[in-house]
Design a binder for this molecule. Structure first.
Ligand SMILES: Cc1cc2nc3c(=O)[nH]c(=O)nc-3n(C[C@H](O)[C@H](O)[C@H](O)COP(=O)(O)O)c2cc1C
Length: 720
């Protein structure tokens, strides 16, 4: 079938491709691509989990200019979408990985080549015309590993982007072979490595067993064939049927541990992402080892069955990672709204898998380009309908977590909480303390004695929640903590139970785990912006502030205007309206009453101390910015102070009034500067409304923290 007649005419969405692709594939190939492990619960759960989240659109926002592009690890992408690494792509199209990689380049998106590809690393580099960095050679010349077929026209990358190839690494028992591959991809200009850690052995794919899956004789796992031979081994990669799993086990290292990740980092300067992580503790550990990104994934439901959907682990992992590295996610993503949900929950980008294989089957490179075009168009439309113009605007205020599912056993627990909870926790410790680590964790600690001791994670280890009972007596602590864990596991705020429980310890558990992103605690909700790297609490009933966002949208439109650049810059400078990265206000607000955060670039070497002591800095700010001479405004400083958070990050706080003929306002601002950016949280209301907002404003100011520096702990004195 030719894609030339246009997917967009024949299909309404990329989910529809699967049915038409099936009859074009052998039963073996279709089974291999489509199946999951065991009874495929996780495979089904991937799409179902996504469909349980709801999006909360914002209205009256100028969305005439919507930009889906983003920057990931320094690379500009036309959309926050990557091609997932998938083995054996020539099973569905003669050009397999080559066509797929070229479609990715044309779309301005990264292509992740699998170790288990049916095309060699060199062929793929040639197909997208990456320059070979080895002396005197060019990847466009033919090589011993085979040149790209001559009927491929030159690949053209999307405007403004370079072809972007990443390489997915399965660590092999022969470490020298792995090292050889890693060095080769670096030499050929690949931009990142992705090490997959969720496949120490192949999951049980029952469909493949039944079909006696094998590669047809004309295909082979090109990289393993060439590289195992180069390393002096044999390369029987035609293993079939039930032998496939054994073959995988023979070649791949089942003893991949955290030190393997450190080793991979040590042998390549390329950014390293880890793929297959789901537990927040693992995410945190990976960051501590210096990985450059994390891909939350259950391998498309092909490995451990009953593993959760990666999207459900996003909030907890985002909280664990605290914005230190980008989080990516995959599994079941096929709609623009799926992408939006993942981004709103804290992901920087998503990976798409099977739909691209179906597109390749139906239309080769052109088919994949069309499918990606449809997905990007859906994303753009959904962003507009959601009321967002840029990927960086997406945050937790746009998402509503799944409602509780009535069939959950936890509902029964509501009627008999005491017995049920004791059953959960009593095994571990009647005092309600965290249980000892399970044997596997203990063994792990022994293997790596230098491993830093991490606090127990209450989400990945629900019984560990009992450690967060505050000063409650042990028995109540047990019940509170168990119920909280249960409510959290439900993923929602069942009848307000989660909020109430989380409030019982003064909100400490919620703050330490960022659960208050999902459910209100003590009347506040957390804004966690992992993209810009800050967090703060705002009144739970407040909404994202439409007026401020509208101003932001206007500014984007101005910047996209056809004026010559110098004129545009000058106008933007004169306009001087800083755009908020986050803004919340009461429903129906006119923009006068709000809490907002502005993140603005500053010159290198700037620090708060260079502005002088807090009082001095505040006075200067009022004099030069808030109420300069001739502005018609007067400002009065009410107080200024400073604090440091747990990691030593410095914050300046200033409180002042501003008056003009038209208004009389009171403001509370907190400033922090890091990595060339000035972060300013501003709480503002009319002087008449100040008293009703004061408590919420002080809470927001005290909770404001820039990420990667530990949450703010010290409180400002109530009166400055
Ligand atoms: C046929 C197939 C082969 C795959 N091969 C690999 C692989 O070689 N390496 C890897 O890390 N993940 C592999 N995956 C997992 C994908 O990278 C990705 O995690 C998953 O497909 C995402 O789910 P989706 O297919 O629902 O989009 C494979 C998935 C499929 C469907």
């Amino acid at each position: 079938m030719d894609a030339a007649d246009g997917f967009q005419k024949r299909y309404s969405n990329i989910d529809e491709l699967a049915a038409d692709a099936k009859p074009l594939l052998t039963a073996q190939a279709h089974g291999y691509y489509s199946s999951g492990s065991d009874n495929e619960w996780t495979l089904r759960e991937n799409s179902e989990a996504l469909s349980r989240y709801r999006l909360l659109p914002r209205m009256c926002i100028d969305v005439s200019v919507v930009d889906t592009s983003t920057v990931l690890l320094g690379q500009k992408l036309s959309a926050p979408i990557l091609f997932a690494p998938m083995a054996q792509q020539r099973l569905c199209h003669p050009l397999g990985e080559l066509a797929m990689a070229r479609a990715a380049a044309a779309a301005g998106l990264p292509y992740i080549l699998s170790t288990m590809a049916t095309s060699s690393i060199q062929e793929v580099a040639e197909a997208v015309q990456l320059p070979d960095h080895s002396s005197g050679s060019s990847s466009s010349s033919s090589s011993s590993q085979g040149a790209a077929p001559s009927r491929l026209p030159p690949a053209s990358a999307a405007a403004g982007t370079d072809p972007c190839l990443w390489f997915q690494v399965y660590v092999m028992k022969r470490r020298d072979v792995t090292e050889w591959m890693v060095r080769q991809v670096h030499r050929l200009g690949f931009k990142a490595l992705v090490v997959t850690v969720d496949a120490p052995r192949l999951g049980h794919r029952e469909v493949d067993d039944r079909n006696k899956f094998s590669l047809p004789p004309h295909l082979s796992l090109k990289n393993l064939e060439a590289l195992t031979k180069a390393a002096g081994g044999t390369a029987d990669v035609q293993s079939s049927g039930s032998k496939f799993g054994k073959h995988f086990s023979d070649l791949f290292d089942q003893a991949v541990c955290w030190d393997t990740i450190a080793w991979l980092k040590s042998i390549s300067p390329l950014p390293l992402l880890i793929k297959g992580v789901l537990a927040p503790d693992d995410a945190r550990r990976a960051v501590e080892l210096g990985v450059d990104g994390i891909i939350l994934s259950n391998h498309g439901g092909r490995q451990l069955n009953y593993a959760p959907a990666a999207v459900d682990m996003l909030p907890a992992c985002a909280a664990a990672v605290q914005g230190r590295v980008p989080l990516l996610v995959d599994g079941g993503i096929s709609r623009g709204t799926d992408v939006l949900k993942c981004l709103a929950l804290g992901a920087s980008a998503v990976l798409v898998g099977r739909p691209l294989l179906w597109a390749l089957t139906l239309g080769g490179q052109k088919g994949v380009e069309e499918a990606v075009g449809m997905l990007k168009a859906e994303l753009e439309l959904s962003m507009a309908l959601l009321g967002t113009c840029r990927v960086s605007q997406l945050n937790s205020s746009f998402i509503i977590p799944p409602p509780p599912r009535p069939s959950q056993p936890q509902l029964r627990l509501q009627s008999r909480p005491r017995r049920a909870v004791v059953r959960v926790c009593a095994k571990s410790d009647p005092e309600g303390n965290a249980p000892p680590p399970p044997p596997a964790a203990a063994a792990d600690t022994q293997q790596t004695p230098n491993r830093p001791q991490l606090p127990p994670n209450p989400i990945s280890n629900p019984a560990g929640v009992v450690a967060y009972g505050g000063r409650l007596p042990p028995a109540r602590r047990l019940i509170v903590s168990g119920l909280t864990a249960t409510a959290v596991a439900l993923g929602g705020n069942f009848l307000g139970v989660t909020s109430t429980l989380l409030a019982l310890d003064g909100g400490k558990l919620a703050a330490s785990t960022n659960l208050d992103v999902l459910v209100p605690v003590n009347g506040s909700r957390r804004c966690l912006d992992t993209g810009n790297g800050f967090t703060f609490l705002y009144p739970a009933k407040w909404l994202a502030d439409q007026t401020l966002y509208r101003r932001y949208a206007e500014r984007i439109e101005r910047e996209a205007a056809l004026d010559p650049p110098s004129l545009r810059r000058e106008r933007a400078r004169r306009q001087g309206v800083p755009e908020p990265a986050a803004a919340f206000g009461p429903a129906g607000s006119t923009g006068e009453e709000n809490i907002s955060v502005v993140v603005a670039p500053i010159r290198p070497g700037f620090s708060l101390q260079k502005m002088g002591a807090p009082e001095e800095a505040a006075a200067r700010f009022l004099r030069e910015t808030v109420a300069p001479e001739g502005s018609g405004r007067t400002a009065q400083l009410l107080g200024a102070g400073s604090r440091r958070d747990a990691s030593g990050e410095l914050y300046y706080q200033q409180e002042f009034t501003v008056k003009s003929e038209r208004f009389s306002r009171r403001n509370l601002s907190v400033l922090a500067a890091r990595n060339g950016l000035l972060y300013t949280l501003n709480c503002q209301s009319s002087t008449e409304r100040w008293a009703s907002n004061e408590a919420a404003f002080r809470k927001a100011a005290a909770s404001f923290a820039i990420l990667n520096s530990g949450a703010a702990t010290a409180d400002f004195p109530d009166a400055l």
